[in-house]
Ligand binder design. Structure first.
Ligand SMILES: [Zn+2]
Length: 209
């Protein structure tokens, strides 16, 4: 039943008068201004001072290895779809190789870790499932590394996976196409096991998808 406004609550003891001026950290700039205006700071913020560019971020992501095939970077694998920079806040969009891929969480962790080490003030990884990842997105460098690793690279199929599934597989060791499929599922869902009739040895293929 109060009809008069209550007096303002007293500030907790000690607060209010003891905050020295200019102590708060620089606030992030509104979206869109980050590229042209740098926050004015009179003190060093360590790695947060890094001025990231698309090239720097892509180069760093090219050093983040696939947890399942450690010779391939996430860039080689084609799972990194886009990089967006707002100042030193980085957003990466990725599409996992397989939607149920158990390595996905690990990939996200590795990306964030790398971006933070690079000086990103904020690192976000968005996962996009459509369009689904295709083995056609593995770049030329990735295909070379797969072969050197002893894993036959998937043929480029241009969208017609069925035709290519058991076709044009060559042995990563001797390049012979005299090969026989042994098992359509190898050590992981994304690999098939073949037998090279020339080497007389088995090898795995990264299945086209
Ligand atoms: Zn062979």
């Amino acid at each position: 039943m109060k009809i008069s406004p209550s007096p303002p609550a007293p500030l907790p003891q000690g607060e209010g008068s003891q905050i020295p001026p200019y102590q708060s950290p620089p606030l992030p700039l509104p979206a869109g201004e980050g590229r042209t205006v740098s926050p004015v700071s009179t003190r060093s913020w360590g790695e947060g001072d890094a001025h990231l560019t698309d090239d720097i971020v892509w180069a760093a992501l090219a050093e983040v290895m696939d947890p399942e095939i450690p010779v391939l970077s996430l860039v080689d694998l084609g799972v990194i779809r886009a990089v967006y920079l707002a100042g030193d806040q980085v957003t990466v969009t990725m599409t996992p190789t397989f939607s149920g891929c158990p390595a996905l969480v690990e990939m996200q962790r590795l990306i964030k870790e790398r971006l933070q080490a690079l000086g990103a003030s904020e690192a976000t990884v968005n996962v996009v499932l459509a369009p689904p990842w295709s083995s056609d997105w593995i770049n030329a460098e990735g295909r070379r590394k797969l072969k050197a690793f002893g894993l036959a690279p998937p043929p480029v199929h241009g969208g017609d996976v069925q035709i290519m599934l058991f076709d044009t597989v060559t042995c990563p060791r001797c390049d012979s196409d005299d090969v026989t499929v042994r098992n359509t599922f190898g050590s992981t869902l994304c690999r098939a096991i073949y037998y090279c009739n020339r080497c007389q040895d088995a090898f795995e293929q990264f299945k086209p998808l």
